[in-house]
Design a protein around this ligand. Structure first.
Ligand code: GLA
Length: 392
């Protein structure tokens, strides 16, 4: 999407495009470290070149008006900056409204409302964080438009809070952090317990990052996401009854041996498996980043495969579509690693595939998937993108 096109579309909807500014925020793909961010573990996501664009201009009055090129049939959705409430009928605009609500809670007084036109090229509900993308985009636009002082980490935390409190999804910090902090050609190795992070260069010589979208929609709010989170919390509480674990704060504090020694404290088998995933996935993530730093890409790929299996068997968030794709992909030539990415229950897989095998990979996987599920998958071979920015 270009700035020119965004301005043209803005003018069509709102009359003219005088003084309009255009901003972009990426989506993200998580390379490894799934369902660890609300368990105090490590994650390893990166920003991608797909994302969300906003053309925006202040108004004189207190109205805030939203229009999405992806949902033109909804027309203009209107609210007032001094009256922000979650309303199901306001659809996707609840994300930006939630962010503005949080900014106001910091004591920022908005002098006026604005008109905003949005376009996204991320497939929605696909596990590539279209919602965090629009949240960070809104926060970034507000910072620029109203001269608000706020750093990137604060932006990430505020957007997570907006999603938790305004939209009722108990998500962790990973998505908003990966998007607000995105850096070209780098993934972010983040310890979600301390928010300490490190940029790790992604140099994929002769290897492509391929995202496969199952086109099975995932609704995070209505999904079992909050349930998984509660199961992990229950397991943690039970583990804390043991002498050895009484001081741990999160499942991310545990090594595998300590966890196994104390597993009998977790009463329900299902909670034990959820916690086992959280513990082993955190360890895999630490090992995967080590492998990448040592240029051991094959080892990184093996850890991706193990991650998927654990998400399938212990965490049970994959489902028919993602598993069908995983099975088809893992047997293709040139596949170094592959796994589901994001919350699961539909959405995408992320794979590392040797350059010369990418075409055959797409062709074979596509055929097998459609034959087994009747759904057509979409494929994206992507670079690692940068963070939020203004289009000049
Ligand atoms: C969603 C949430 C994240 C994270 C992932 C699973 O994307 O928004 O916080 O929990 O699921 O790793």
């Amino acid at each position: 999407m270009t700035k020119k096109k965004m301005l043209e579309e803005f003018a069509k909807v709102y009359g003219d495009s005088e003084g309009v500014r255009v901003f972009f925020a990426p989506g993200r793909v998580n390379l490894i470290g799934e369902h660890t961010d609300y368990n105090g573990g490590h994650v390893f996501p990166c920003a991608i070149p797909l994302g969300t664009y906003a053309a925006i201009r202040k108004r004189e009055d207190s109205k805030i008006r939203f229009f999405s090129l992806n949902y033109e049939q909804n027309g203009i959705i209107e609210s007032r900056i001094n009256n922000l409430k979650y309303n199901k009928n306001d659809k996707w605009t609840n994300y930006p409204k939630g962010v503005i609500d949080q900014i106001k809670k910091l004591g920022v007084a908005f002098s006026s409302g604005f008109d905003m036109l949005v376009y996204g090229d991320l497939p929605s509900s696909s596990g590539l964080s279209s919602s965090a993308s629009i949240e960070v985009l809104t926060c970034f636009s507000m910072i620029k438009l109203y001269g608000i002082k706020m750093g990137k980490i604060k932006t990430a935390k505020l957007c997570q809070k907006a999603e938790n409190e305004f939209c009722g999804v108990n998500c962790g910090i990973m998505d908003q952090f990966a998007i607000a902090m995105g850096k070209k050609h780098h993934a972010i190795y983040l310890d979600t317990a301390s928010l300490e992070y490190e940029y790790v260069p992604i140099k994929l010589d002769g290897v492509k990052l391929v995202i496969t979208c199952s086109n099975k929609k995932r609704g995070l709010g209505s999904s079992k996401y909050n349930e998984r989170r509660a199961e992990c919390e229950a397991a943690l509480e039970m583990l804390k009854e043991s002498e050895e674990c009484k001081d741990i704060k999160t499942l991310g504090d545990l090594d595998f041996e300590t966890f196994e020694r104390n597993k009998d404290f977790i009463k329900e088998e299902v909670n034990y498996r959820r916690a086992r995933h959280a513990v082993t996935e955190n360890i895999r993530t630490i090992q995967a980043v080590e492998a990448l730093n040592n240029n051991e890409i094959e080892k990184f790929g093996q850890l991706m495969i193990q991650s998927h299996l654990s998400l399938r068997d212990d965490y049970e968030v994959t489902g028919l579509e993602l598993d069908t794709l995983f099975d088809a992909q893992s047997k293709q030539e040139g596949v170094i690693g592959t796994r589901m990415t994001g919350a699961g229950f539909g959405g995408c897989l992320v794979s590392l595939v040797k350059d010369e095998n990418v075409d055959a990979f797409i062709e074979n996987v596509s055929k097998e998937y459609t034959k087994k599920t009747g759904i057509e998958a979409s494929f994206y071979a992507l670079d690692v993108g940068g963070g939020p920015r203004e289009l000049r």
